[in-house]
Structure formats: structure tokens, C-alpha cells
Design a protein around this ligand. Structure first.
Ligand SMILES: [Cu+2]
Length: 160
């Protein structure tokens, strides 16, 4: 009987209330996404686990969707003891890595993290790095704000 009453209830006033709430919350949501942290989005984020080692390398395309430049100064993850921005270079057939302390992203620009180039060095994993696992990540910007991102553990880059 209660079900019948609920099913027959006029839900319009309720819907109006929800719409009003959304309308009231919208300016707050916009304001928070206008900050530099809201500019960044990591697309196709993935990580390749290194077997027998509690580390991985993270890749993806980090896009700055804002009309002003932003600068990434660090990255961290609750799933790793240490995260650094690295760049691999080949010289005389020898692969070297160096740490990047500052990664500027132009307005509307992007940084491509890929094998053999710019990458996230993920050290001292706190959990298992099994295929399909999702790793939490955040990029720290010059103003101290944090842009969240996610990496998926995989054997190779996700197909677009
Ligand atoms: Cu590295």
C-alpha cells in the first residue's frame, strides 16, 4: 500500500527542489574549477608496472584547458612513497633520466608523458600493481593547488 502511495505521488515539487539546489550550487562549482588546479586534466593516464620492483612509470596526456599558463612543480600519490617528474633522453645509445623540477604548460597546451620521454617515476608502491588497478595521483601547481588525476595499470598504452 505504501508503495502504491509513493508510486502515485506527484514528484514535481521534489524535482523543483533538486533543480533549485543544483542552480544554487553551480556558481560554487564553477568558482572551484576556475582555479589553476581545475585547468589540468590527465587523459589516458596509465602506468606500466615493473615486475619484481615496487615501482612504475606513469604516462598520459596532461592538458591545460585554461586560457592562462600553469606550472606543475611536483606530483604525489597516496599509492607511492615518492613520485617525481622525469625525462628520458637517448645519447650515444645510452638512456638517461633526469628529474624535471618545473613543467610549464602554456594556455591550452599539453605535456605528453610517454615511454622514452617525459614520464612520472612512481617509487615505493604501497600496494599491488596488478593490471587494471587504478592509481591515485595529484599534480601540484606553483600556487600550491592540487590537480587530481588517475593512472590505470596496464601492459601498454590504452588505445584511443
Ligand atoms: Cu624515470
Amino acid at each position: 500500500m505504501w508503495l502504491a502511495i509513493i508510486a502515485g505521488m506527484d514528484l514535481r515539487p521534489f524535482r523543483m527542489a533538486v533543480l533549485t539546489l543544483v542552480a544554487l550550487a553551480a556558481p560554487a562549482l564553477c568558482a572551484s574549477s576556475v582555479g589553476p588546479a581545475g585547468c589540468l586534466r590527465l587523459e589516458a593516464g596509465w602506468a606500466r608496472a615493473m615486475p619484481a620492483m615496487s615501482m612504475a612509470a606513469g604516462y598520459g596526456v596532461l592538458r591545460n584547458r585554461c586560457r592562462y599558463p600553469v606550472v606543475v612543480v611536483a606530483a604525489r600519490s597516496p599509492d607511492f612513497g615518492e613520485v617525481t617528474l622525469h625525462e628520458s633522453t637517448q645519447k650515444d645509445g645510452i638512456s638517461r633520466m633526469r628529474e624535471i623540477g618545473r613543467l610549464p604548460l602554456a594556455a591550452g597546451g599539453e605535456a605528453v608523458f610517454r615511454p622514452g620521454g617525459l614520464h612520472l617515476m612512481l617509487m615505493r608502491a604501497t600496494g599491488g600493481l596488478t593490471e587494471g588497478a587504478r592509481l591515485r595521483l595529484s599534480f601540484e601547481l606553483e600556487d600550491g593547488s592540487q590537480a587530481p588525476a588517475e593512472l590505470r595499470v596496464a601492459r601498454s598504452a590504452p588505445q584511443p
